[in-house]
Design a protein around this ligand. Structure first.
Ligand SMILES: CC(C)(COP(=O)(O)OP(=O)(O)OC[C@H]1O[C@@H](n2cnc3c(N)ncnc32)[C@H](O)[C@@H]1OP(=O)(O)O)[C@@H](O)C(=O)NCCC(=O)NCCS
Length: 150
């Protein structure tokens, strides 16, 4: 297993992995996946094995001055490779890169019915600071807002 940064050729595998990870209303379109991965403010961490993509995280550096923070756009681990610490490695690497860029916090939205991800983030020290009604409009689902200081 190898942890590395993003390469242009990763988009298709990231898109397909996202489809395997989420139901339709939460999935990225191919073009959107490329856009968020290649944004100039993106932190992207990938784990692969024998050139097969096992997981990735995309975070964006946002805000101004002392209010700069990282925002997790998505984190996806292939279903058959879960519970092996891959998500933890990805998240920790993204957090380290954000901290190294001088950011003081990292946050995210998570669907209120995504119990696995909520347990995962809580285990990583994230705290729920709010709820956003109908954040996932296409799924008609609310989101919890989670934040962790870096
Ligand atoms: C959330 C996700 C990234 C976790 O990836 P992972 O590689 O399985 O995570 P780890 O193996 O590092 O898990 C670390 C800890 O998180 C918690 N956790 C992870 N999955 C869990 C689950 N299904 N139920 C309860 N706790 C869970 C556990 O405490 C786990 O530790 P343990 O395995 O010792 O019990 C993965 O389940 C996933 O890709 N889900 C689909 C996509 C998604 O929902 N992403 C988040 C969008 S906001």
């Amino acid at each position: 297993m190898r942890i590395r940064g993003y390469r242009k050729g990763d988009v298709e595998a990231m898109y397909l992995l996202d489809i395997a990870c989420f139901t339709a209303p939460y999935q990225f379109y191919r073009e959107m996946m490329q856009e968020v991965a290649e944004a100039t403010n993106a932190i992207v961490v990938v784990i692969d094995e024998d050139d097969a993509l096992l997981g990735f995280v995309i975070a964006h550096m946002q805000g101004q001055g002392r209010n700069r923070y990282a925002y997790i756009v998505t984190i996806d681990v292939a279903p058959s490779f879960r519970h092996q610490g891959i998500g933890t490695r990805l998240l920790q690497q993204a957090e380290e890169q954000a901290a190294a860029s001088g950011l003081h916090s990292i946050g995210l939205h998570v669907a209120v019915d995504n119990a696995a991800a909520i347990a995962f983030y809580q285990r990583q020290g994230y705290e729920q600071i709010g709820t956003e009604k109908n954040f996932y409009r296409e799924a008609a689902t609310d989101a919890f807002v989670y934040v962790k200081p870096l």
